[in-house]
Design a protein around this ligand. Sequence first.
Ligand code: CTP
Length: 396
Amino acid sequence: MDVKKILLIITGGIAAVKAPELIRRLTKHGFKVTPVLTKAAEKFVTPLSIAALARSKVYSDLFDLKDEVEMGHIELSRSADLILVAPATANIIAKMVSGISDDLASTILLATDTPVMVAPSMNVRMWDHPATQRNLALLDNDTVKLIGPNKGEMACGEYGLGRMAEVSEIVGSVEQFFHSGSLVGKHLLVTSGATREPIDPIRYITNRSSGTQGSAIAAALRDLGAQVSFVTGPTDVPVPLGVTAYHVETAQEMLDAVQELLPVDGAVFAAAVADWRVDGIQDKKIKKSTSGDVPELKFLENPDILAIVSQHAKRPKLVVGFAAETDDVIKNARNKLSRKGCDWIVANDVSSSTGIVGGQNNTVTILDKDGVEAWEELSKTEVAFRLAQRIVGTLA
Ligand code: CTP
């Protein structure tokens, strides 16, 4: 197999602490990573940990005689298929634009004819400064591509643009650059989050789903090169970059959006859809009664989106459902598999003691016609990554 080589230049910003995770993910995706650290980056991460994760020598000194004999900086700059600068400080961006080469990282960037990707990371005021903005305008061209930055809370406590793109977004951009994702050319649909069923103009019924797992699945599929349509109920979790989001509130709206998107190659139904909607939604706020009577709510059953798509004339090749259970997890999940007619069920125990709903980790069991596969407790990102890999096995 043709292993793509990435020269990863880590410069000295606080986001350098994400470099180990970035290396781990790139390696998992099959890339060979050769790290270059600036002196400032060494204040945030140690060459030893970076070397161990990349299983590679770490380069940092322009004037290291031994390195120069083994692999000179010119050769280092030419040996990669892609140079990735992450995090990229305002300083390295300024050097790149001006052609300054006063350390190994900047010299490599000046000497190279390899495509470069840059994931900026800096304080919002540094990002907004006219000097940085001028530099960025000069930098973003055919050979240099910017990834991010994102808006958000910064390590310094301020809020704004300048946060380094998430590791999964960087990995996704690298995959897209190489068009190497195993799901390139495939269209995947993911539902996520909770639905909201209105009672009157200001009240609604919903559930505790945070949308974290669905969002992670959309990002993992995107990272493998898929075109992702993401149909989501209201959540606080940001929509992953590079996926097309369709925002809905009710189960009926979710069904309409999903049907509109068919046909797709595969669909993952991670949304926690309300089973019932209120019969007779009031168009005016229900007032408290002076006599102490409380309103009685009547419910109607919502359409089952997963079951409808599983039996649809435009059924995707692969339909994956979730099963949120508090008792008899496997037995109930197996029932759901046959009742709804999907190909796999990702079952999880959502009893409050597990902390899964609203939490960062998940313990899932995958059921399909061939059997049951129990996964150990993993982060929701890792569950998403493994599920995406399993989807590759069926769709690619
Ligand atoms: N689902 C759906 N539409 C619904 C209800 C559920 O598409 N109206 C999907 C969910 O996205 C999930 C699967 O069906 O993929 C199972 O959802 P779950 O809430 O576990 O099960 P229910 O079908 O609601 O059954 P029960 O409430 O009896 O557990």
